[in-house]
Design a protein around this ligand. Structure first.
Ligand SMILES: [Zn+2]
Length: 217
């Protein structure tokens, strides 16, 4: 028998990794069989997942994995953009040597990840680590944590965004360029590139059409 907490984390993991696709049905009966638990605790789990926006409960239709809400993705991107601009500008021209070393090391790992086709999952973690390191260097690690709390839509959006391998090389180059701007103290360069780096796909109709079946109408 599995505890409610374990079931919750299993399901979250499957939803965030898109193994359970947005819009797919989650049946109480199937879960109850799968986890060998009666339907009452399963219902509690689903209720909690719905509060956290992983699942939408429709009284007559049943429980569906939530569709990606681009409106909330856009709001998180907006917040990230505002915060990160300030963070990167505060590091511009005076980044500590140790931090610079850490970021360069991270970029080398991103490069290796692409060359050795280690996959989008690994790349995504390195990408997060790259940005998170900057938050840390600016003494804003707490705010990085805040951003991570409302992210079921945003994480899935980023996963879809990184499905194409050729995307990864572009993202890696943008990271490299951002770091160069920081070292050179080029704040105008940071402004423009970061905006593009964070917003590229949400602004493209191509993305919305390509993943239409995953997106909340
Ligand atoms: Zn990035």
């Amino acid at each position: 028998m599995t505890s409610k907490k374990e079931i919750m984390s299993h399901l979250k993991q499957e939803i965030l990794s898109l193994e359970l696709k947005p819009g797919s049905m989650i049946s109480e009966t199937a879960l109850s069989e799968r986890f060998q638990l009666s339907r009452t605790p399963i219902r509690d789990v689903l209720k909690q997942l719905s509060l956290e926006q992983y699942v939408d409960i429709y009284p007559k239709k049943g429980n569906l994995v939530s569709y990606i809400d681009l409106e909330s993705v856009e709001q998180i991107i907006y917040l990230r953009n505002v915060l990160e601009k300030e963070i990167m500008k505060s590091l511009a021209g005076n980044i500590p040597l140790k931090g610079l070393h850490e970021l360069r090391n991270n970029l080398a790992q991103q490069q290796k990840c692409i060359e050795q086709a280690e996959g989008a999952e690994v790349f995504l973690q390195l990408d997060d680590q790259f940005h998170r390191t900057m938050f840390g260097l600016a003494g804003r690690e707490f705010l990085w944590g805040v951003l991570q709390q409302f992210n079921v839509h945003y994480i899935r959006y980023r996963k879809l965004h990184m499905l194409k391998d050729e995307k990864l090389a572009t993202i890696q180059q943008e990271h490299q360029q951002l770091l160069d701007y920081i070292v050179q103290g080029d704040t105008a360069g940071i402004d423009e590139l970061l905006h593009h780096h964070l917003r590229a796909d949400i602004d493209s109709m191509n993305f919305q059409e390509h993943f239409a079946t995953y997106i909340k109408k």
